[in-house]
Ligand binder design. Structure first.
Ligand code: DC
Length: 229
C-alpha cells in the first residue's frame, strides 16, 4: 500500500479489543504487531514471581538490572515474550498479573527501561503498536494515531468471554471491578498516563462487531496514510 516505513499507534483502556484488532490489521497490512502491554506484563510477572510489592518503586527499580526482556516472533506472527531466556507468553496472561503490570507501569524507571525497546521496533519495521502512551510518548510522530475505546461494561463482558475461552473463567462483577480499577490507575498515574493524543482519531467500538471494527480501523489507517503520502 505504501513503500516507506510507517507506524500506527493504537491506545486505549484495557479490554477495548486493541490487541485482537491490531493483530488482525497487522496481518492485513503485512506489518509487525507490537503488543506493549505484554512487555509491562513481563515485568509484572517477574515482580510477582519474586514476591516484590509492585507499588514499591524502589524495590522494583532495584531489580530492573536483573530483568532481561526480549520479544520473539513465531512464524504465525505471534509475539512471544522472553524473560531471562524463558518463554513466559502464557504466564503473563494470568489474571493476577494484570494488576501487577498496571502497578509497575506507573513507575517512571520501568517506563524508561522499556522505552528504547519499543522505539527500536518502530525504527526497524513498519509497525502497529498498541498500548496506553504510544501516540503520546513512545511514538509521538506516528503516521496514524487511534484511540480505541468502549464502555467499561462492554469491555468487561468481552474480557469475561475471553477468560472463559482460555479456561480461566471469572465472574462479571470481578472482571468489571478489575477493569475500572485499571482504568483509574492507568489514567491517573503521573508518568505517561492513558490519554487520547490531540491528533488521534477516536474510535468507539462498543456497538460494532469484530469485522466491522477491523474495517473501520483499516479505513481510518488507509485514509491517514493516503494523506501522508
Ligand atoms: O494492555 P494490557 O492490559 O496487556 O496492559 C497491561 C498493563 O500495562 C496496563 O494496565 C497498563 C500497562 N501499559 C502501559 O502502562 N503502557 C503501555 N504502553 C501498555 C500497557
Amino acid at each position: 500500500m505504501i513503500d516507506k516505513k510507517y507506524s500506527i499507534a493504537i491506545d486505549g483502556p484495557s479490554g477495548a479489543g486493541k490487541s485482537t484488532l491490531a493483530k488482525a490489521v497487522a496481518a492485513d497490512l503485512g506489518i509487525v504487531y507490537v503488543d506493549t502491554g505484554a512487555i509491562y506484563r513481563t515485568i509484572g510477572y517477574y515482580v510477582w514471581k519474586h514476591g516484590i510489592d509492585p507499588k514499591d518503586a524502589e524495590a522494583v527499580t532495584a531489580v530492573l538490572p536483573y530483568i532481561q526482556v526480549d520479544m520473539r516472533y513465531s512464524d504465525d506472527g505471534l509475539q512471544h515474550m522472553m524473560l531471562c531466556g524463558e518463554d513466559v507468553t502464557t504466564q503473563i496472561r494470568l489474571p493476577q498479573i494484570s494488576m501487577y503490570a498496571s502497578a509497575v507501569s506507573a513507575i517512571p524507571t520501568v517506563r524508561a527501561f522499556l522505552l528504547d525497546m519499543q522505539r527500536d521496533m518502530a525504527r526497524r519495521h513498519s509497525v502497529i503498536m498498541d498500548g496506553r502512551d504510544i501516540g503520546t510518548v513512545v511514538l509521538p510522530h506516528a503516521d496514524v494515531k487511534i484511540f480505541l475505546t468502549a464502555s467499561a461494561e462492554i469491555r468487561a463482558a468481552r474480557r469475561m468471554k475471553e477468560l472463559e475461552q482460555r479456561g480461566t473463567p471469572c465472574p462479571f462483577e470481578e472482571v468489571l471491578r478489575d477493569i475500572q480499577q485499571r482504568d483509574w490507575a492507568d489514567s491517573h498515574r503521573e508518568t505517561a498516563p492513558l490519554r487520547q493524543a490531540d491528533d488521534a482519531v477516536l474510535v468507539d467500538n462498543g456497538t460494532t462487531n469484530f469485522d466491522e471494527s477491523k474495517q473501520l480501523l483499516l479505513r481510518v489507517i488507509k485514509e491517514a496514510l493516503a494523506v501522508e503520502k
